[in-house]
Design a protein around this ligand. Structure first.
Ligand code: HEC
Length: 143
């Protein structure tokens, strides 16, 4: 009688009884289960940690929201026509932007920005409301 397969099952039972002794060679799978369990726990923890890190820059240092800084970043597009110091250009066709927020009010500035006017292209049409408000904030710093 050769009951190799049966023997295998019996083997498992024996292992439980003599855990200490068998751990050397026969118990590698059980050891791996422990490793996998630890890895699984670590993976969940890691996933949560990564999420936390991802959320931080979004609300934090990334220069979003409304600020003159953001507006300044967008103002490079205006220099060609309005001049490097925004004092007007195009031979007088593009007026100075100094004091323009007082003159047109924020709504008027955003109207020109998003709809264009004469030789002024609607550069802000694709901007977010925050970007439009940021440009207004930047223009306020020019007066
Ligand atoms: C292609 C040239 C050009 C560019 C680029 C340009 N502008 Fe203008 N802008 C003009 C011209 C020309 C006018 C005058 C329009 C008119 O006569 O109605 C004008 C008018 C304006 C006005 C109204 C000024 C007033 O006194 O009524 C504002 C505000 C303005 N531009 C802001 C900007 C900003 C901000 C940018 C950059 C995002 C910009 N412009 C980029 C050409 C330009």
């Amino acid at each position: 009688m050769s009951d190799k397969h049966k023997n295998h099952e019996h083997h498992e039972d024996h292992i439980d009884e003599v855990m200490g002794m068998k751990q050397g060679h026969g118990k590698v799978p059980r050891f791996l289960i422990v490793v996998y369990a630890v890895l699984a726990i670590w993976a969940v923890g890691y996933a949560l940690t990564v999420k936390g890190i991802d959320e931080r820059p979004a609300g934090g240092e990334a220069a979003q929201g409304v600020s003159a800084e953001v507006g300044k970043g967008l103002s490079g597009q205006c220099i060609a026509c309005h001049g490097a110091d925004f004092n007007g250009g195009m031979g007088g066709a593009a007026p100075t932007l100094h004091g323009v927020v007082d003159k047109l009010k924020p709504e008027g500035v955003k109207e020109v920005l998003t709809k264009g006017r004469g030789g002024m292209p609607p550069l802000g049409a694709s901007w977010t409301p925050d970007q439009q408000d940021s440009m207004v904030e930047f223009l306020k710093t020019l007066k």
